[in-house]
Design a binder for this molecule. Structure first.
Ligand code: CP3
Length: 355
């Protein structure tokens, strides 16, 4: 189906088509655990300057592919480029994560948000996508991504990272219509943003919903899943006669995976708190599954890592529809050789699940 790609295992697995082995990529595969990433980031000055420079963003996207036998590349960017384009003034405080100069909290703040002209404000991202596609030269597919409106909304309303989400949960309880207006603005902008990534060359799309599971189930459906559904419904997922697969990832989704499988997405990311065997049952083999080794396992010995990989493969079991990944992003403290041991183990141990 994907004649122009040398390695299309990742796209085939997402579409639940047969593959000779389980494809693998790693969330945050370009990042601070790699010394070559730290060197480029230093050269760029700070993280947002790195995202904003298509040549450097392309370079760090390709770095992990030079070291490891990965089956996909992921655009180097961030989920917070959208609120930045909406005028909230994103900055990173060393050691403190992302911050916004102008968080949105009231109906007035939210009314004032104007949907941006995505191609003008976020053109640097689409330039990076096109450049990465050119440099990949058909070796492996490129994943484009965005955050879920709820997850992006938590940063916009709280003004940065949060554990308890007091302000946005307060808004959900006291003035849900205002929150829904915010989420709709983010969803519409995100849809335009992802469609422009597809237009520029992204071959699969992933939506990161890191904080959806902080909501109880009904609120999750109302404030998180509904807006991911709206994005899925409005993506241009057909290009040159080929399907652009869409992956949804709500960290900690658990039993909500069954609701997520009904959205019309192609695949679900699964974190390590749900076994792939249970996820497969919950989703009835309707969608492909991506995951789910505990990132902490990469701190252990190569032998223990290999056993962890074996257990993940065994939990999914036989048949197509599995993409190997961690259950969340790789952390900065990991020895790159340990990730190498993990990826090698997927290559060695997975073929027998595809016979
Ligand atoms: O996966 C990849 O390699 C692609 C790049 C990518 C980044 N962020 C780069 C990044 C992706 C897909 C993201 C998504 C993202 N960003 C999420 C959702 C996924 C998840 O991990 O749950 C969230 C919640 C964010 C918001 C964000 N960006 C935070 C909270 C932070 C700071 C936390 C930290 O690790 O320092 C970032 C910064 C960020 N985004 C870094 C990277 C490599 C670290 C920046 C640095 O170099 O200092």
């Amino acid at each position: 189906m994907t004649a122009e790609l040398e390695n299309d295992l990742f796209l085939r697995a997402l579409l639940r088509q047969p593959v000779p082995r389980t494809p693998v990529w790693i969330m945050r595969q370009a990042g601070r655990y790699l010394p070559e990433y730290r060197a480029i980031r230093e050269q760029a000055g700070d993280f947002m300057s790195l995202c904003g420079n298509p040549e450097l963003a392309c370079e760090v996207t390709l770095q992990p592919l030079r070291r490891f036998k990965l089956d996909a590349a992921i655009l180097f960017s961030d989920i917070l480029t959208i609120p930045d384009a909406l005028g909230l003034g994103l900055y990173f405080e060393t050691g403190e994560g992302p911050r916004f100069e102008r968080p949105v909290r009231t109906a007035r703040d939210i009314d004032r948000l104007a949907a941006p002209d995505v191609s003008a404000e976020l053109g640097y991202v689409f330039d990076a996508v096109a450049l990465i596609r050119r440099e990949l030269d058909g070796k492996v597919p490129l994943i484009g991504f965005a955050g879920s409106p709820w997850t992006v909304g938590t940063y916009m309303v709280e003004g940065g990272s949060s554990r308890e989400f007091p302000t946005i949960k307060g808004l959900a309880a006291d003035d849900p219509a205002t929150l829904e207006k915010l989420l709709q603005t983010v969803a519409t902008t995100t849809t335009d943003y992802l469609n422009a990534q597809i237009e520029s060359g992204a071959q699969a799309i992933m939506i990161f919903d890191t904080w959806g599971a902080a909501l109880e189930a009904d609120d999750y459906r109302r404030f998180s899943l509904a807006y991911m559904q709206s994005i899925v419904d409005n993506l241009s997922t057909e290009k040159y006669g080929q399907r652009i697969p869409v992956i949804l990832f709500t960290k900690g989704a658990g039993e909500l995976l069954s609701d997520m499988a009904e959205t019309g997405c192609d695949a679900l990311g699964v974190d390590w708190t749900t076994s792939l065997a249970d996820a497969r049952e919950l989703t009835n083999d309707k969608v492909a599954l991506q995951g789910n080794l505990d990132p902490a396992t990469l701190r252990e010995s190569p032998q223990t890592i290999r056993e962890g990989v074996a257990a993940v493969l065994e939990s999914y079991g036989k048949g197509p529809g599995h993409v190997f990944n961690l259950g969340h992003g790789i952390t900065p403290d990991i020895d790159p050789d340990h990730l190498g041991a993990c990826i090698d183990a997927v290559h060695e141990l997975s073929p027998r699940y595809h016979q």
